[in-house]
Design a protein around this ligand. Structure first.
Ligand SMILES: NC(=O)c1ccc[n+]([C@@H]2O[C@H](COP(=O)([O-])OP(=O)(O)OC[C@H]3O[C@@H](n4cnc5c(N)ncnc54)[C@H](O)[C@@H]3O)[C@@H](O)[C@H]2O)c1
Length: 325
């Protein structure tokens, strides 16, 4: 298919564009910042540009991954989040309908489910078990608010016009350091997060490809993308009290492998993302999980996740470089 990929210069885009191309799709990348996989440099908020691009490249499907996201909160006013995340999503899906496309993918975020009480820690029943039915949803920042509004706009256009529309609520896959956690940090933190709230960028890209192919058969649905947790829902209470005991049950050698690496396991886990609907409905399951982390420690091979403390979004890099001139 001829696919328009927004955010093609970004972290996801640089993995997803080649994966789509290798799978036989003809990809047109659109991003406000230039990049290897970006043919159209411009903003998704520019409706005329979107309509022109749809026609010029004969676009048959859109994957909308371009966005301002959490690290951008300190860099941009709230209005920019509304323009880029909400207005652009509406522009794109309406352009898709006008062009007669039968499918649209929206890259959303698990972060919109993190209310202030979820962020504060485990709930009364233990770790929050977060699947697509989790609610009520009350995002705590402008990033989550605009992603939720965009999800609603996508569903509205699906209801009105029937275009297949899949919403991919993606867990963490960024390569940079977390901006809020101090200890543990770096690769240790990323390894721990593969237990309950992270996936690799390769797996995120593979999920988008699988969703693109399955979309017409699904119609409209929301999916959490994360590495499969080793835990069962029945362990939620114990996870919030003694995560190490639960981890030991599923991975008896985890403590020794971690100790040898000088890493620490989480003492408690207060939320678990459940990606099982994506597996049930379109057959995607992340290839890398916490078991892969342990295998890498055991075999002294590279960890499955990328870690790059220096990574910043292309749009932020572009702005930083223009300020330095
Ligand atoms: N990185 C994560 O851990 C994570 C987690 C959950 C969801 N997501 C979502 O995944 C998607 C991709 O994120 P990423 O990690 O690749 O981020 P990224 O910042 O590396 O890439 C986003 C891209 O969007 C582009 N962009 C920003 N504003 C634009 C505009 N107005 N017009 C066109 N392009 C614009 C940026 O230039 C950038 O290349 C985003 O929708 C993000 O919300 C990311």
């Amino acid at each position: 298919m001829r696919v328009l990929l927004t955010g093609s210069s970004g972290w996801l885009g640089r993995y997803l564009a080649p994966l789509l191309a290798d799978s036989g799709h003809k990809v047109t990348g659109l991003d406000v910042a230039p990049g290897t996989h970006t043919q159209v440099v411009g903003t998704v908020a520019d409706r005329a540009l979107i309509e022109r691009t749809m026609g010029e490249y004969g676009i048959e499907a859109i994957i909308h991954g371009g966005a301002l996201h959490k690290p951008d909160i300190v860099r941009y006013p709230r209005q920019a989040f509304i323009d880029v995340n909400v207005t652009s999503t509406l522009n794109l899906i309406e352009a898709a309908v006008a062009a007669g496309n039968d499918r649209f993918l929206f890259t959303s975020t698990t972060s919109l489910m993190i209310r202030s009480d979820v962020r504060a820690g485990a709930g009364e029943a233990g770790a929050w078990w977060m699947d697509e039915d989790f609610g009520p949803i009350e995002p705590r920042n402008i990033y989550g608010i605009t992603k939720l509004a965009a999800e609603q706009a996508v569903k509205l256009v699906h209801r009105e016009h029937g275009i297949a529309a899949l919403i991919l609520r993606t867990g963490r896959f960024f390569p940079e350091d977390d901006d809020t956690h101090a200890s543990p940090s770096g690769p240790n933190l990323k390894a721990n997060e593969l237990l309950n709230r992270r996936l690799t960028v390769e797996d995120a890209a593979a999920a988008h490809l699988a969703a693109l192919e399955a979309a017409p058969a699904i119609g409209c649905d929301t999916f959490i993308l994360s590495a499969p947790p080793p835990f069962a829902r029945a362990e939620a209470e114990e996870l919030a009290r003694d995560a190490r005991a639960v981890i030991a049950r599923h991975h008896p050698d985890a403590a020794a492998l971690y100790a040898a690496a000088g890493w620490v396991l989480p003492e408690t886990i207060d939320r678990v993302y459940d990606p099982s609907r994506a597996e049930r409905r379109f057959g995607w399951r992340a290839r890398s999980d916490f078991g892969s982390v342990l295998a890498a420690l055991r075999n002294r091979t590279a960890q499955p996740f990328a870690h790059d403390p220096g990574y910043i979004s292309p749009i932020a890099r572009q702005e930083r470089d223009s300020c330095m001139c």
